[in-house]
Structures are given as C-alpha cells and as structure tokens.
Design a binder for this molecule. Sequence first.
Ligand SMILES: [Zn+2]
Length: 231
Amino acid sequence: MSLNRFFKQYLPEEEFISFSSEKLLEFGFNRDNTIAGVCLCRDEICQSVLFHIRNQWGNIFNFASLGGFYNLGKVGLEIFISHAPQKEENRKCLIYVFTHIGIDEDGNLGVCSRKGIRESTACGALILLHKEISTGLINTRERNFEIDAIRNRLERELSDKIPSLLDITKLTLRATCEDIEKIMENSCSQSGNLSYGLISGIQVHYRGNNYIAPEIAYVSLNTQKINLIML
Ligand SMILES: [Zn+2]
C-alpha cells in the first residue's frame, strides 16, 4: 500500500475525528462548552471531514482558504474566540487544521479521483505553488490572494533544496499551526481564562477514501501546553 511509504501513521478521517474528540473530552472539552473552528482547503473532496467534526462538535467556524492555510490574521481568531460558549469561567476553543494531498496506488503524489473524474489532482493550490517553487517561474499576470499568502509565508521556511509536493504540504500545515498558535497563546495570556486545543493532520485522498495522517496536536490549558498522541 503506497500510503505506508509516505506516512507512518494514519486513520480513516471519521476515526481520527472520533479519537481526537475522545482525547479532548479527557481535558474537559465537550460539545456544549467548546466552539470548534476548522482550517481546511476549499476543495470539495476535503469537505467530508466537516461532516464528522459537526457530528462531534456541532456547527463549526470555517477558516477555509485554498491549501488549508490560515490567512485571517489576529482579527479572524479574535472573532472566533468571542463566539466561545460562556458556560464556564474557562472558555474553550478547538481548532482543526488540515492540508491535503492525493496519492495513487503507485505512490504518485498529487493524484486523486473525483466524482466523474477518474484521474484528477490535489491539492490544486499547493501543486501550483510546488510547480512555481521548483521551476522558479511565478505567474505574475494572474495573481491569487490566497495562494500568494501561502507563497509569502513559505519563503521563510524553504531551504536551498527543492521540496517535494509532500514537503510543501507539511510546511504549509506547520506554518499554519505556528501562526495560529502565536495568536492563540497571545489571546490566552491576555484573557487569562481561555483554553484551546489544536489538532492537525494531512488529509490524504487514497483509492477514493480520505485518511488523516496526524501532525501537531495539543491542548493549551491556561497557557500550559500538553501534547496529545493521536494514535
Ligand atoms: Zn486544496
């Protein structure tokens, strides 16, 4: 199975969401006292994970952008935080972050199938970016605000080595988690009564199914960070 070549660990997305929800429950996060936000690509083949998250957590705050990159800045997260239930003195937020990639049975990265399309590609935005980074050719005529934001952010992360599509997928995910963490930690230390969980992974499209390969996952309770093991 070519999935094993690229990821040590992964779960079907429904199991990943159930498992992460159980973990968060152990730290006092539940459907009634927590607001959930999701940072996910706009691509229709990603959206199935939202169904499972809504099943566990109710309606979600949607941070969607191409590539699953977070680009709503401090204000976006402040609005989200302000929607956290006031049921308890310590308010709770949960953020899921996913980037995504297709892989075929031969291990080709970026390949997936879609409704009515046997051979398609994912993530389109990150594939475009990967092409630009590997060739050094940027399309300056047709700019796109969301892809430009990822490119600008990744410039800080790239080394001299040309990254693979999977490297770009991981870098985008980690940069997104880092940016969200900075803003959330700041808000937590200012408010003094805010806890949050951040659960992230790469959503992998393989043989018509979606899996999640876990990445950064932790809860921050009154600014104390506790890492979670997702498998
Ligand atoms: Zn995408």
